[in-house]
Every structure is written in C-alpha cells, then in structure tokens.
Ligand binder design. Sequence first.
Ligand code: COA
Length: 219
Amino acid sequence: MGDVSSGGDLPESDDAHAAALYLIGSGSFAVEVADWARDAGWEVAGLVELRDASRVGTRIGGHLVVAADALPAGAMAVVAAGGSRREHWSAVAGGGCGAATVVHPRAHASPSARLGAGCVVAPGAVIGAATVVGEHVLVSRGALVGHHSELGAFVSLLPGANVAGHVVLGEDTTVGMSATIVDHTTVGAGATIAAGSVVLRDVGDRTRVQGVPAREYAP
Ligand SMILES: CC(C)(COP(=O)(O)OP(=O)(O)OC[C@H]1O[C@@H](n2cnc3c(N)ncnc32)[C@H](O)[C@@H]1OP(=O)(O)O)[C@@H](O)C(=O)NCCC(=O)NCCS
C-alpha cells in the first residue's frame, strides 16, 4: 500500500484541512460527501464533472461544477461518485491532483488503524484496531470494520456494511448496504457482495454473491 497515515477519533490533523477540496463527481452522492467534508474542516471548492460537460459552470447543492481539466495544479481531491472508484480517480490523477483523506468527526478510527490517502470515512463509521485501509476506500454511513482486517485499494463499503475482524477484502470490491462478512473471511478483488448478504465463506476474485448465506450468482 502507498501513502498511509494513522487513524484516530478525529480527522487527520494535517494542514490540508484548511485547504480547498474538490469532489470527483457531481451527483447526489457528491452533495452528501460535501457535507461530510465540510464537517471535517475542508472547504469544498467544487464538484468535478467527468461525463456531462453541460453541467460545468452550474451549481449543484450550492457547489460549483467544474471540468476535470480545470483543477488547479496540486489540488486536493477525493472520489465522491458511485461506481468504480478506481476509474473515477484515474480520470483526474493524470492532472497531478493530491488525494485527500476525509474522515468525518463522528466516525471512529482506532489509533492503530491506518488509512490510505483518498479514503472517505462517513459519519457513524467505525474502523477497528490494527486494520489497514487501502487508498481511495469508501467507508460509508454507519459501516463497521473490525480489528485486524485489510481493505484493498478502491474498496467501497456501502451504508451499514458490517465487516468483522481478520477479514481481507481485495481491491475494487463492493460490499452492499447492511451486508455482513464474518470473521477470518477473504473476499477477492473486484467482487460484489449484494446488499443484505451474509458472507460465511471465502469469495473469489470478480465473484458476485447474494443472500443468506451468501452464494455466487450470475447476473
Ligand atoms: C447485487 C446488486 C449489485 C445487483 O446486481 P445485479 O447483478 O444487477 O442484480 P439484478 O438487479 O439484475 O438482480 C439479479 C437477481 O438477483 C436478485 N438480487 C438483486 N439484489 C439482491 C440482493 N441484495 N439480495 C438478494 N438477491 C438480490 C434479484 O432479485 C434478481 O433475482 P431474480 O433473477 O430471481 O429475479 C444490487 O442488487 C445490490 O445489492 N447493490 C447494492 C445496493 C446498495 O448497497 N446501495 C447503496 C447505495 S448508498
């Protein structure tokens, strides 16, 4: 894993919190992440539109929508759109953006947890002791990550996901709302865990599972 920093009760106490932050995405989720970022002490400078040029220059949720190529050199940014977090980040990374880490003040990250750059940790999220969270991971509202787990880069934990201790989640995996992953389980890269699933056994790379107990299915 690349750039990591210590967790804790409060947002990272680096100088970046006085800096402007661009959110990658201009949909409804970006508006929500903007609230979290402001609560965490960031000044939201704009929402970055990646697909629909007609939105550029408008305001959404009170925030100015800007084009990806309009970001100032060295701007700090974080992914704030659904879908592939890796693809969204790739769309701006070439422009020299810095990856911000946004931790809501009402989240709790163990002091012994490590968060990668680009993570978004939402209100009510809890990250346990000695857990390693890769770069650009989303830990959404009320999602729980137990102790000694490892989350690969670009993982998305959707609201209320409950990941136990000693779990390994491969890069780019999505865990749907309120899904549960029991302890000592490994989920491969690019997997999809459907909302409400209960994962009792290891899940392979790029595998989609659903149900209780979770079983593989073909979309
Ligand atoms: C799994 C998921 C990604 C959809 O995958 P998909 O492959 O497009 O699934 P489809 O909608 O085509 O449904 C395929 C089948 O799976 C079933 N299914 C879909 N989601 C399911 C779920 N969470 N649990 C159980 N079954 C589910 C459907 O009923 C359908 O069954 P059928 O073929 O018998 O009719 C989606 O349902 C899901 O759980 N997304 C996460 C949503 C979420 O957490 N959102 C948070 C927003 S903040």
